[in-house]
Design a protein around this ligand. Sequence first.
Ligand SMILES: Cc1ncc(COP(=O)(O)O)c(C=O)c1O
Length: 416
Amino acid sequence: MTNNMRALISITNARNYGIIQLKNESDHYDGRIVKVQGKDLVHFGNCSYLGLETHDAVKLGGIDALTRYGSLFASSRQYIGLGLNEELEALLDNITGYHTLVTQTTTLGSISAIPVITSSNDLIIVDHQLHASVQNAVKIAQAQGTQVVMLRHSNMTLLEEYIKQYQNKHEKIWYMADGLYSMLGDGCPIEQMYEFMDRYPNFYCFVDDAHGMSWIGENGKGYALSRKPLHQQMVMVMSLAKGFGCCGGVLVFPTPEGRDLVRCIGSSLIFSGPIPTPVLGACIASAKLHLTNEIVTRQNLLYGLIKYFRQQAYAHNLPLMNHTFSPIFYFGAGSENNAHHIVKKMQEAGFFTCICNFPAVPKKNAGIRICLTTHLTFEDIDNALTCMAEIVSSLENEGKLDKDKIYQSFRALEVL
Ligand SMILES: Cc1ncc(COP(=O)(O)O)c(C=O)c1O
């Protein structure tokens, strides 16, 4: 059976269960509640971690740009664009401390950068859990002749073996990883990646820190940059569509030359239209907030919720698979059927959570992802975890869920 067939079966099953491809029926949105089939659900699937998508300043930024410039500036930036793009990039340079380039989406950021920064003499080592959008960009590089190998998730021993094995056969060796993994919520082993970049002059990293942006680091510069300054042998892509509360992607380069190369020949910079004007206005307003104390207040609020969630998840002895202090929590379910059942029962009890099934994760690692945002309350967390604990415990009593087996299957993947 092909992977497409497997994915279709998995997704059709979840759809028939009524837990994916849902519609928020409400005529407004506050970030906390969604209405599904007439029922209000507390939203634990929202990746706008700092709640900025409903911030008045962000909304007004969008309205102001819309009023002044209309809904669209219909030209490729290669010809001419609104000065709002450069204004946003200047703010993002300040936030990250490096040379940024905005793209219409994070996916298009990777697709524009990777085929340009790599060459057919390079080797790309792809982490097994690398986000699909970067893997797609890698396929373009592969079609240009770049060799590609897979790496077991975050396995640094194996990574060093690859570097040693290939360092004299390739001009550059790239390791491509997520900063904060979007499904399992674990961080990339940044310390060791830096050690290797220091030790091996032709070892480079491309890091997709879409989910790390905003909720951590000074001015919300993200998970990876909060740990280490950008390495000279590193390029990053981050998202304006998660914690940043808007839409779009941002590439981060250690040098102006690197940025300029992708600005000139990155495919979406040439062949695609710009970020829609109202979104650019909202992005600028959000970026300005990132440079104020408000971001610190929101980061602290979120951190309090994260700490409380972890503590309560452990207290309920739930099968939590990642142990990072991030707003993404992953619970193993043991099977796709169990995962469907848990998400459905949570929904019936008033909580929206995300099913994680094939192709997003391997079948045996099916589970439930919960995202925290500053829209949520401590009481929401209490209620949701108490509910999940009851569902999990009844599955255990029926002999359908075995926590030890779940922990083992995740250990085998080395995802923690
Ligand atoms: C880690 C990661 N990278 C990239 C993307 C794609 O982002 P965009 O929708 O901006 O293309 C996502 C989307 O959810 C993601 O989780």
